[in-house]
Design a protein around this ligand. Structure first.
Ligand SMILES: *[C@@H]1O[C@H](CO)[C@@H](O)[C@H](O)[C@H]1NC(C)=O
Ligand SMILES: *[C@@H]1O[C@H](CO)[C@@H](O)[C@H](O)[C@H]1NC(C)=O
Ligand SMILES: *[C@@H]1O[C@H](CO)[C@@H](O)[C@H](O)[C@H]1NC(C)=O
Ligand SMILES: *[C@@H]1O[C@H](CO)[C@@H](O)[C@H](O)[C@H]1NC(C)=O
Ligand SMILES: *[C@@H]1O[C@H](CO)[C@@H](O)[C@H](O)[C@H]1NC(C)=O
Ligand SMILES: *[C@@H]1O[C@H](CO)[C@@H](O)[C@H](O)[C@H]1NC(C)=O
Ligand SMILES: *[C@@H]1O[C@H](CO)[C@@H](O)[C@H](O)[C@H]1NC(C)=O
Length: 489
């Protein structure tokens, strides 16, 4: 793991910046390779498809892991990366789940008594999950080493009680911290600390998930790697909940959806009149589209929804299908090969002498939000810019061995190698969090040409769960947001 010194270009480049030799004094990108593993307990459930949150839990397929160390001297931990939650928490030797010798070895355990840089943070750490699972304990601060870089005084939870043997690396918006859901003040998260300690320039990171079958991907804190996508990236503003001054979730508007065959013939399934808010979620294995659209796609690949499986089942030989599903955002289209939606159901090999696969597109439950999970995100290179509340997105290059890391600067338009669509659709969300925080329904446009009132309002209710992985499954955090969205086109 290394960080790189980069020459930050003075203007948006048409070419590439130069990677200079490493120099920690001015290196402002933290490079973190991560490993991907099939979730150990990934099994189809016999649950029906009506409850999206639960369905996502069951459909947890691949997990993304980062190696970090905590404390001085550093203690090794392997944590699940999650952009959908905002707390980092770890297991500890004395916890109810890890106290047996030999337990919790894979994920690691953090022992506060052997770290000289540990400090106690008053307050209760408590994340609860919709299915009754939880993690609770103390807050602490310590030095967190990631990608070869030490970040001091990072706040995290230590779980004394809980249901998981492995900790979670939540790097979403601070306003989504579990404590905030209980009315507590937010604390500076890891990414903010990186900025405060001048390790990166702004609260932004990019994720290259890479091919399903590739063992690794990469997160760059404070940087992008132009070797990993087809330039340029397109910058799209994040939606905000109505009445909120800031974005709280990685939601952008999806303007259209189409399918193309090998000859390039294209059929539009959703056009601009149906622009919808879409959650970018590395924590979801599958992609959740409106029921009618999912049904058309399911039929197209010959998948069938069967009561005995939780997802649409498809003959794995359908990987030979040539074609793409095209996701149209403002100013850019991300094309996903149909075969990339076809996932081995390793838990049910050759059932009935069939080689069973799952089709990675599922119909959204009533009242849920369109979610672009891993089956989509693998084909995209995504910059999560929390400072500017923007996403920059581009077509990934699978298995790229080319590396050209560029620093993200600070201030507006800091992400290099981007273009901005001439016309922007802003998605405004209204809703409430069950714990009583509510948002008023008056909608105002925040950005863009052709903003509020200039077109159609599409609304529907939505459930967004910020999630975290626990052990074998993905669990929904308490901060479930139920509400409605208004889309201005
Ligand atoms: C994480 O650490 C483990 C154990 O040292 C190692 O096998 C693995 O390759 C590391 N993963 C990454 C992504 O560096
Ligand atoms: C260290 O953690 C233990 C629980 O494992 C806790 O009882 C103790 O108070 C902590 N030490 C300090 C100095 O906070
Ligand atoms: C944590 O939160 C859950 C849900 O709000 C609650 O039921 C539980 O009692 C809390 N745990 C502690 C230790 O306070
Ligand atoms: C990427 O690499 C993996 C593992 O080597 C391979 O299975 C996959 O086919 C490759 N993908 C592409 C698009 O070449
Ligand atoms: C968009 O789709 C709707 C319904 O599918 C259709 O009625 C309308 O004509 C389409 N608009 C355009 C511009 O294609
Ligand atoms: C799956 O597809 C293969 C190749 O087309 C075919 O030989 C096999 O019979 C199919 N299995 C089922 C159960 O349809
Ligand atoms: C859309 O909704 C907003 C707020 O509810 C309203 O002010 C506006 O007039 C609506 N626009 C259309 C075209 O219905």
């Amino acid at each position: 793991m290394r960080s790189w010194l980069l020459v930050f270009p003075l203007f948006i480049p048409t070419g590439f910046s130069t990677i200079v030799t490493r120099d920690d004094e001015i290196s402002k990108v933290i490079r973190v390779p991560f490993s991907k593993e099939r979730a150990p307990g990934f099994k189809p459930s016999k649950r029906d498809n009506t409850r999206t949150a639960l369905q996502k839990i069951d459909n947890k397929d691949f997990l993304f892991y980062a190696n970090i160390t905590l404390g001085t001297p550093g203690q090794n931990l392997r944590l699940h990366i999650d952009t959908g939650s905002s707390d980092i928490w770890v297991e500890t030797p004395g916890s109810s789940i890890c106290k047996d010798p030999g337990s919790c070895e894979t994920g690691g355990k953090y022992d506060n008594t052997t770290s000289s840089t540990y400090s106690y943070v008053p307050g209760l750490f408590n994340i609860s999950y919709v299915d009754g699972q939880f993690a609770t304990g103390d807050y602490a601060k310590d030095t967190l080493q990631i990608g070869g870089v030490g970040v001091k005084d990072v706040q995290f939870g230590i779980a004394y009680e809980g249901t998981s043997q492995e900790g979670i690396f939540g790097i979403g918006f601070e306003s989504r911290q579990s404590g905030v859901g209980r009315g507590e003040k937010q604390y500076p998260g890891l990414v903010s600390q990186m900025v405060d300690q001048k390790l990166i320039n702004s609260r932004a990171y990019s994720i290259w998930l890479n091919d399903l079958n590739a063992a690794a991907g990469e997160i760059l804190f404070g940087g992008i790697d132009t070797g990993k996508f087809k330039a340029p990236l397109t910058t799209i503003p994040l939606s905000r909940r109505t009445g909120m001054n800031h974005a709280t979730d990685f939601i952008i508007s999806l303007r259209g959806l189409s399918v193309s065959n090998a000859n390039g013939d294209t059929q539009v399934l959703m056009n601009e009149s149906r622009t919808v808010p879409a959650l970018l979620d590395t924590g979801a294995s599958f992609t959740y589209l409106p029921k009618d659209i999912a049904a058309q796609l399911t039929e197209l690949v010959g998948a069938e929804t069967r009561s005995e499986y939780k997802g649409p089942a498809v003959n794995c030989s359908k990987r030979s299908l040539q074609g793409t599903v095209n996701f149209d955002f403002m100013g850019t289209t991300i094309r996903v090969d149909v075969r990339d939606f076809i996932i081995d159901a390793t838990d049910e090999p050759n059932k009935d002498n069939k080689v069973l696969c799952y089709f990675g597109i599922i119909g959204m439950a009533e009242g849920s939000v369109l979610t672009l999970g891993d089956t989509f995100l693998r084909s995209a290179y995504v910059v999560y810019d929390m400072d500017n509340e923007e996403i920059s997105i581009g077509q990934t290059i699978f298995n790229s061995t080319s590396t050209n890391i560029m620093e993200i600067g600070s201030g507006p338009s800091a992400v290099p190698s981007v273009t901005r669509p001439s016309r922007v659709v802003t998605v405004l969300a209204t809703g409430s969090i069950p714990n009583g925080v509510s948002f008023d329904a008056s909608a105002t446009s925040t950005d863009g040409v052709g903003g509020a009132g200039s077109g159609v309002n599409v609304s529907g209710s939505a459930t967004i769960s910020a999630r975290a992985y626990l052990s074998t499954c993905l669990l929904a955090m308490l901060s479930v947001f139920i509400g409605s969205f208004t889309v201005f086109v």
